[in-house]
Design a protein around this ligand. Structure first.
Ligand SMILES: [Zn+2]
Length: 494
C-alpha cells in the first residue's frame, strides 16, 4: 500500500507545483493570509473536504476535514510570509518582485502542498481499502509572529485529535524526537504613555514615551549579560513618536523573550516586566503591555518520529538535477556561504537536543506538541547554509527544488499517516510516550491569558499598501505552466 501511496503522490506533482507557486505569489504576512486561505480551502473543498473557517478566532484560520471515525490525524503547516522579503524566484541575485513588499523569505508557501498531496493520496487509498479514520488539515496562521496556534488550542480546535503531523520547510528530509533545537518565547508589546509638548518651546511640560521605550531597551541590553546563554531576545520599536518637535506621547517597543524551557521563559518575562516598570518610572511615564503570542519550546513524540524516520529512509532525498545543484551553489555564492549545493545525505533520526549553547528559533507548534502527540517532518524545499528570514531564502521557493522537496515530503507524510491509521499499537505507543514520558514531570504552560485575543489587525496596513502591486504578480496556473514561466524567468538564472 505504501508503494501505491508514493505513486499517487508522484502523480499529483503538478498540483503540488501549482500550490507552491500560488502561495508563493500571494506572499502574505501573518493574519492577512486572505488569498492563501481562500485558495487552499478551495483546493480542499474541490477534493471533498469539509471546510470550517475562522477557527480559533482567526479570520484566516480553518480546518478541512475528510473521512469518518477514528483515528483522527491532523496535518498542519505554516502559511505566512515575512516583511520586505519579496524576491523573484529562480534567479540567484537580489531582485524583489515588488520593492519593499513582503514575501516568502522562509518557505512557508510549501508546507500545505506537502500535506495536501499526502491527504489526497491517503483519501484515495482509504476509500479503496475501506480504511477508517479522519484527516484534518489546518494552517499555522501568523507563525512568524507566533500568534496563532495557542489560540487554536485554547478554542478547542484540536479536541478529539489523536495525533498531529506538522511539516516545515528545510534543506533536508528529517525528523527528531524529544526537546527540539531552538527556543520557546513570549511575544509582548510594551506601550509607554506620556504627554506631548512643544519639544523646543516647552519640553519641561512633556513626558516622553519614547524615552520609556528606549530606557526599557537599554535596561534589557544591560541585563542580557546576566541571563543564561540559552536566552535569545530581541526587540523593535514599532511606534517611536511622530515628528521631532512633538514630545512623543505614545511609544511601543515589541519584545520576543526567548529561553529553552517553560520556567526560564517565565522568569525572563518577569524580568522584562520589571525593567518596563522601572523604565516608566525613570521617564515619568506609564506602561501597559499586551501579549501578542507565544511559542512553547518544541518537544516531539518518539514513537511517531521513529515511524516517520522509517518512511524517510524508504523515500529518500530527491535526485537533484544538475540545474538544481548549480542553482543552489549560485545562491550560496551570492551570500558567500559554503558552496556545497543541495543535500545528498540524510542525517540520522535526531534525539533530544543537547546543544549547551541552546537558543535558536521557535515555532508555535511547540504549544501543540505539549497538547497532544506531535511529530514534525522537515522536507528539502530550500537550500542549505542560508541565513533564514531573508530574501535569499525565497530564491528556491517557487522552483523545481521546492517542488521536488514537496513531493518527497508528501510521500513521507502519507506513509506515516497510513502507519497511524492501520497500526493501533503505534498510536497507543505515541499516547503513552506523551503521557508517561513527555508530560510526566513537565506540563504545558500557556503564555496567553484567557482574555488575550489574536491581534488580527497586525500587518493589515502593510498588506493594504503593497497588495495592489503584488496582485499583478499572482500566479495564474490556467495560463502558465509554472510561476517561473509566468515571470519569464529562464531556469536556472545565475
Ligand atoms: Zn517557519
Amino acid at each position: 500500500m505504501k508503494a501505491e501511496l508514493a505513486a499517487s503522490v508522484d502523480q499529483r506533482r503538478k498540483l503540488g507545483q501549482e500550490i507552491v507557486d500560488s502561495v508563493f505569489s500571494f506572499g502574505e504576512l501573518g493574519f492577512q493570509e486572505v488569498e492563501t486561505s481562500k485558495y487552499l480551502t478551495g483546493v480542499l473543498e474541490k477534493n471533498g473536504f469539509t471546510v470550517k473557517r475562522g477557527v480559533g478566532g482567526l479570520p484566516t484560520g480553518w480546518t478541512a476535514t475528510w473521512g469518518s471515525g477514528g483515528p483522527v490525524i491532523a496535518l498542519g503547516s505554516d502559511i505566512d510570509g515575512l516583511p520586505k522579503a519579496s524576491q523573484k524566484p529562480g534567479v540567484a541575485h537580489r531582485e524583489p518582485l515588488v520593492p519593499g513588499a513582503p514575501g516568502h523569505g522562509e518557505g512557508h508557501n510549501s508546507g500545505q502542498a506537502v500535506n495536501i498531496l499526502a491527504a489526497l493520496a491517503l483519501k484515495d487509498l482509504m476509500q479503496k481499502e475501506h480504511i477508517p479514520g479522519t484527516l484534518v488539515l489546518w494552517p499555522g496562521v501568523a507563525e512568524e509572529l507566533v500568534a496563532g496556534k495557542a489560540f487554536m488550542i485554547r478554542d478547542g480546535v484540536f479536541k478529539g485529535v489523536d495525533a498531529v503531523v506538522f511539516t516545515h520547510v528545510g534543506d533536508n528530509l528529517e525528523t527528531a524526537w524529544g526537546p527540539y533545537k531552538g527556543s520557546g518565547l513570549v511575544s509582548v508589546k510594551y506601550s509607554f504613555h506620556g504627554e506631548s509638548a512643544h519639544a523646543a518651546g516647552a519640553p519641561w511640560l512633556g513626558r516622553s514615551a519614547l524615552d520609556g521605550a528606549m530606557l526599557m531597551g537599554m535596561g534589557w541590553d544591560m541585563r542580557r549579560e546576566h541571563l543564561r546563554p540559552q536566552q535569545r531576545s530581541h526587540y523593535v520599536i514599532t511606534d517611536g513618536g511622530d515628528q521631532p518637535n512633538v514630545v512623543p506621547p505614545e511609544a511601543t517597543i515589541w519584545f520576543f523573550v526567548r529561553e529553552t524551557d517553560f520556567s526560564h521563559i517565565a522568569q525572563n518575562y518577569a524580568t522584562a516586566n520589571t525593567i518596563a516598570e522601572a523604565a516608566a518610572k525613570m521617564s515619568n511615564t506609564t506602561v501597559t503591555r499586551q501579549v501578542i503570542g507565544s511559542a512553547a519550546p518544541r518537544y516531539f513524540n518518539k514513537p511517531l518520529a521513529e515511524l516517520m524516520d522509517a518512511n524517510i529512509r524508504q523515500v529518500g532525498l530527491p535526485t537533484w538535477t544538475a540545474d538544481e545543484q548549480a542553482f543552489a551553489k549560485a545562491v550560496q555564492r551570492t551570500i558567500h556561504a559554503k558552496e556545497d549545493g543541495l543535500a545528498t545525505q540524510m542525517p540520522p533520526l535526531a534525539g533530544p537536543n543537547v546543544d549547551p549553547a541552546g537558543g535558536g528559533g521557535s515555532d508555535d507548534v511547540g504549544d501543540i506538541s505539549w497538547t497532544l502527540p506531535t511529530v514534525m517532518l522537515v522536507y528539502p524545499s530550500n537550500i542549505p547554509n542560508l541565513p533564514g528570514h531573508n530574501w535569499v531564502n525565497a530564491m528556491s521557493m517557487a522552483t523545481p527544488i521546492a517542488h521536488d522537496g514537496v513531493v518527497a515530503g508528501g510521500k513521507v507524510v502519507a506513509m506515516t499517516v497510513l502507519d497511524m491509521l492501520t497500526n493501533p499499537a503505534a498510536l497507543d505507543a505515541a499516547k503513552s510516550f506523551f503521557r508517561d514520558v513527555q508530560t510526566k514531570d513537565e506540563h504545558y504552560v500557556p503564555m496567553i491569558g484567557p482574555d488575550d485575543k489574536p491581534q488580527i489587525q497586525l500587518n493589515a496596513d502593510i498588506m493594504a499598501k503593497y497588495r495592489p502591486e503584488m496582485r499583478k504578480y499572482y500566479y495564474d496556473p490556467k495560463k502558465y505552466k509554472t510561476y517561473l514561466d509566468q515571470l519569464g524567468v529562464k531556469w536556472p538564472t545565475f
